[in-house]
Design a protein around this ligand. Structure first.
Ligand SMILES: *[C@@H]1O[C@H](CO)[C@@H](O)[C@H](O)[C@H]1NC(C)=O
Ligand SMILES: *[C@@H]1O[C@H](CO)[C@@H](O)[C@H](O)[C@H]1NC(C)=O
Ligand SMILES: *[C@@H]1O[C@H](CO)[C@@H](O)[C@H](O)[C@H]1NC(C)=O
Ligand SMILES: *[C@@H]1O[C@H](CO)[C@@H](O)[C@H](O)[C@H]1NC(C)=O
Ligand SMILES: *[C@@H]1O[C@H](CO)[C@@H](O)[C@H](O)[C@H]1NC(C)=O
Ligand SMILES: *[C@@H]1O[C@H](CO)[C@@H](O)[C@H](O)[C@H]1NC(C)=O
Ligand SMILES: *[C@@H]1O[C@H](CO)[C@@H](O)[C@H](O)[C@H]1NC(C)=O
Length: 664
């Protein structure tokens, strides 16, 4: 009897102890995707129930705290997973998955897809196969209300810790858990505790991508806060200034030294090689970039006044000969400018498709007879523009000059213009996120070349979806740049009374005061990014009741911290949250009211290429579209874009772009 009692007491004590050492699982957040729902009492609902039961009863079959399974048969098949935090015990994992399963049943009543995040585990189900694929949407984030003092230094520490952890979890965690936690002393009394984890079914690279997405969200959700977390279906990250995981300073915990603060040297400890790499490589790269930038700046400065020396003139003359086409050749190629060959109508004339005798396809722009330019000047401009060679620019191949007839011959780009796909509900589907992302990158590189890298500094002045053509691989090619030079439009410096461009894309300083600069192109580029992401025309908002323009709509979602709501609904299921949010961020930076605040295209290029370039917070954009009526007297008519046959109805005053004469 006594011994039985003692053992009972022991057991009781034991359970009490094991309970007290492990807190109850804590609910954090959830998401029910109500875009697809099932009917009550359906088979699908029964399958969800079975799935959740199976998840909670299979904790021990899980590997690395992760388990995937399905329930039911094809039309009603449900996929499900659980993931327990890397440090929790099997018991706590069990409790957490059980609590999460019952909680999600309560919270997501009729939705086919749901995710619930607890502090200690994540449970998901879906009617889509979610195994071994990375999902970065839907995402939730949370931050503590307490603010941090010395925010800048804290952010610096947080970013360096997160970078080390993401590498650890994605590439170096030999346990297979794809989990890493780390601690760093912030001040003598404050320690930063951080944790990152992917579902272990992801490949290393997918895990890394997901974590990058999550980390990129931190500045938006949690800037200056003492704690924050970003919860995505395939990965999650969290940091606090108190210990919230239970590792013993060994194993997966990384002790992170303070990043280069002048006073930290004396507290330095042994640094492992991945940390050295994580710190040294970016520093070296920055130094190299800096040196390169200085070099280029100096070169540019010294070249400013001696571009186009006299001895080049002879060269230019022979060049113009090689660019010359015979009228007969072009007439043959375009079937004598037959209406069947006409593919568009631009501001300065019609555009025809043609096929040269060697089989090469070309687009021929037939300039209207009113062009005032003299023959010599015309030739010179063509020679200059024909030298611009970039994969994201439509190539000018040559010209033809015969009496009254002035023709420009361009490379033919087969896939029509971006607006043809982007704003057509049926064709939008052809542009998935990876294509759109590539197009954004392509336009950025093309524009950067016009602004910075080409010999001439060219301001496009009418960048818009209709002036971006797509080749067979959906590479973006900017068209219609530099044409103002050819047409001899007055281009005396950066202040002009003649407004060229398209409403909706024009920067406010340009639309209202006729001031243009490279920053006006940057503005148009920003509008274009937001259009590509949302699949909606900036101007389309104007007519519809109550809706603002795209810029204020974007700004509203940005300040509500719901940037992904902007996304074209076709794209929501499969996109990189990180890339989307970053592009929206860049777009908003480009459309800021004050041109000085807008980044240069060089900067935009860096921002797109490297996640380590931090982005400043955007200021409110210019919502000048509201006052469009006041501006419209200058409007002259509807013009469609050049090489495309899309007959876009964008209001365009004139279809030229102007080159700022600044050779270098
Ligand atoms: C889905 O949920 C959101 C937010 O909870 C709500 O605004 C929306 O109306 C819901 N849609 C449907 C179809 O129930
Ligand atoms: C679902 O089934 C329950 C129990 O069988 C029943 O009480 C309820 O009315 C049913 N609901 C619907 C919408 O059929
Ligand atoms: C998972 O749980 C279900 C339901 O309890 C059970 O039938 C199945 O055998 C379990 N699977 C494994 C691998 O243990
Ligand atoms: C878990 O996912 C893998 C693919 O990622 C699949 O091969 C396996 O069958 C799944 N397990 C279950 C129990 O469905
Ligand atoms: C933080 O400081 C304490 C004592 O000041 C030290 O024991 C600990 O190792 C430090 N931790 C890190 C991550 O540097
Ligand atoms: C931490 O370390 C102590 C002693 O080394 C050990 O008893 C305890 O179980 C460890 N806790 C965890 C969560 O590993
Ligand atoms: C470095 O230490 C000095 C004195 O110890 C202090 O005045 C200074 O504020 C410290 N600087 C930083 C960046 O912590």
């Amino acid at each position: 009897m006594v011994s039985l009692n003692t053992s009972l007491v022991f057991m009781l004590l034991f359970t009490l102890l094991s309970f007290s050492s492990e807190a109850a699982p804590t609910y954090s957040s959830h998401y029910c995707d109500n875009s697809t729902s099932f009917t009550p009492n359906s088979t699908y609902q029964a399958n969800i129930k079975a799935l959740l039961f199976s998840l909670s009863s299979n904790i021990s079959s899980g590997k690395n705290g992760f388990y995937n399974t399905t329930a039911g048969q094809d039309p009603n098949l449900v996929y499900g997973t659980f993931l327990c935090r890397g440090d929790v015990s099997a018991n706590l994992c069990q409790d957490c998955v059980a609590s999460a399963s019952s909680e999600i049943t309560r919270r997501c009543l009729m939705e086919k897809m749901g995710v619930i995040w607890y502090d200690e585990c994540t449970v998901r189900y879906s009617d889509q196969n979610i195994f071994s694929t990375v999902r970065e949407v839907p995402g939730m984030d949370k931050s503590s209300s307490a603010s941090i003092t010395d925010k800048d230094r804290f952010n610096q520490l947080l970013v360096s810790v997160m970078k080390i952890l993401e590498n650890r979890a994605a590439y170096e965690d030999k346990s297979g858990k794809k989990f890493a936690a780390g601690e760093a002393n912030f001040t003598s009394s404050q320690t930063l505790y951080s944790l990152v984890q992917c579902t272990p079914d992801l490949t290393d690279a997918l895990c890394f991508r997901c974590l990058q997405s999550a980390i990129a969200t931190l500045p938006m959700c949690c800037d200056g806060k003492q704690g924050g977390r970003v919860l995505l279906p395939s990965c999650n990250i969290r940091y606090e200034t108190f210990p919230f995981y239970h590792l013993n300073g060994t194993g997966n915990t990384v002790l992170v030294p303070l990043p280069s603060s002048p006073n930290s040297t004396k507290g330095q400890r042994k640094i492992s090689s991945p940390i050295i790499i994580a710190i040294v490589v970016p520093v070296v790269i920055s130094l190299v970039l800096l040196a390169l930038a200085l070099f280029l700046l100096r070169r540019r400065a010294s070249k400013k006044y001696n571009a186009l020396p006299e001895d080049k003139v002879a060269e230019e003359t022979t060049a113009s000969e090689s660019l010359k086409f015979n009228l007969a050749t072009i007439e043959a190629a375009t079937n004598n400018f037959s209406s069947d060959n006409k593919i568009g109508e631009g501001g300065f004339g019609e555009v025809y498709k043609g096929k040269l005798s060697n089989g090469q396809e070309v687009a021929v722009k037939r300039l209207s007879k009113s062009s005032v330019q003299g023959a010599e000047q015309f030739k010179n401009e063509v020679v200059l523009l024909a030298k611009l060679e970039h994969r994201n620019l439509v190539r000018l191949l040559g010209f033809c000059l015969d009496g009254e007839e002035k023709l420009l011959i361009y490379e033919y780009v087969p896939n029509k213009s971006l607006d043809y796909f982007l704003f057509d509900p049926e064709k939008q589907g052809n542009l998935d996120w990876s294509r759109r992302y590539k197009i954004i990158g392509g336009i950025a590189r093309g524009l950067l070349y016009l602004h910075e890298d080409s010999r001439l500094r060219i301001i496009h002045r009418d960048l818009k979806a209709g002036n971006v053509l797509l080749d067979e691989d959906m590479n973006a090619k900017i068209s219609d740049f530099g044409t103002a030079r050819i047409f001899g439009v007055d281009q005396t410096q950066a202040n002009t009374r003649r407004i060229v461009g398209t409403f909706g894309y024009m920067s406010p300083e340009y639309a209202m005061r006729g001031k243009f600069s490279m920053k006006s192109d940057v503005f148009s580029f920003g509008v274009l990014i937001l259009e590509i992401i949302s699949g909606r025309k900036n101007s389309s908002f104007y007519q519809s009741d109550g809706a603002d323009d795209l810029l204020s709509y974007s700004w509203k979602h940005w300040t509500n911290e719901t940037p992904l709501e902007l996304l074209d609904s076709n794209l929501r299921a499969n996109c990189s949250r990180n890339e989307v949010v970053r592009c929206i961020h860049i777009g908003l930076l480009c459309v800021q009211e004050d041109p000085a605040n807008r980044p240069t295209m060089t900067r935009v290029g860096l921002m797109l290429d490297s996640y380590s370039v931090s982005l400043p917070l955007p200021q409110k954009p210019a919502f000048f579209l509201r006052s469009r009526n006041e501006l419209s007297p200058q409007g002259k008519g509807l013009k469609s874009s050049d090489q495309s046959s899309s007959k876009s109805t964008t209001l365009s005053i004139n279809e030229v772009s102007v080159t700022e004469l600044e050779p270098r």
